[in-house]
Design a protein around this ligand. Sequence first.
Ligand SMILES: [Zn+2]
Length: 373
Amino acid sequence: MKVRYTFRAYPTDSQTQELSRVFGHSRFVYNWSLRLRTDAWANGEKVNYNQSSAALTALKKTPEHAWLNEVSCVPLQQGLRNLQTAFGNFFAGRAKYPRFKSRRDKQSAEYTTSAFKYENGVLSLAKLGKLKIKWSRPFTSQPTTVTISKTPSGRYYVSLVLDEVPLSYPKTGESIGVDLGISRLATLSNGERIPNLRFTRTYEKRLAKAQKSLSRKTKGSGRWNRQRAKVARVHEKIADARKDHLNKVTTDLVKRFDVIAVEDLNVRGMVRNHKLAKHLSDASFGRFVSMLEYKAIWRGKQVVKVDRFFPSSKRCSCCGYVSQKMALNIREWECPACHTKHDRDENAAVNIRNFALGQSVNAHGADVRPSVA
Ligand SMILES: [Zn+2]
């Protein structure tokens, strides 16, 4: 199974200089090729990968562009391949037209097997040599691709594509329903509550302060550039903390339960509602579900998605009574039929679990189709 693992890298000063050349040259080639293909397209022609590769070879032979030979040719070629993929996605209607890369964006360069060596925990890249890397997790296979990148705040990462053999977690015989929420990340059918980490509020002030200070500086000046890196660092901290939280929660669920039932949420539709948007992006529903899914596949467990039109909140998980209306602010309710007192989210999680396991007692259950992911 193909996986991508990312590690922090600490290049030396001379490697940093070399990398900035690699990033710059790769970006130049990418943008040059994009221009070439865009001009051709405007004339009703298509340029394929082989043609752009031949054009690059010719370009490198001209005296004005001989400097392109300073760096390994592999990341330059990979840039052309990535552009080919971007065009493929565009022509298939999956993505927007490829855009030019800026030196303000995240920088990256991709190396294939001919341009790197990995042996006994040491990674060397062509023309760069050995890289100092913090290996934060073990892996057993040989990488097939290495991408080195630099974030706008100035951190370096290497990400390796590996073909790893999945290691299943032991079966526990347990199943669980998960109700994703706004006030908390999730409520489980066994009554456990998983809180959100509200980074946005904690970091909002810090971010606003950093951005205000940035706006007072002269664009392009040394101070402006340093402040820009500070703003980027706050953004990266928020993203790291979110990802870390989701990783911990999803790994824990996959370890403890064999079958995990979640609602198949239409996150895109929900984010369009702007009032909810901020909380939802904090909760990162879509990411939560996709993390659960790949970890489940990886660890020999199962994620079952329940149709989002299933009335999980309005239905009594004891007797199957479905109430006609339930306002969003009602957190607790009593079933008028069997008089069970429910916590709204916990009841929903129980329903989601029961539906997924096909144990529903609801007469209307026939039109709800749990789909096995
Ligand atoms: Zn009831």
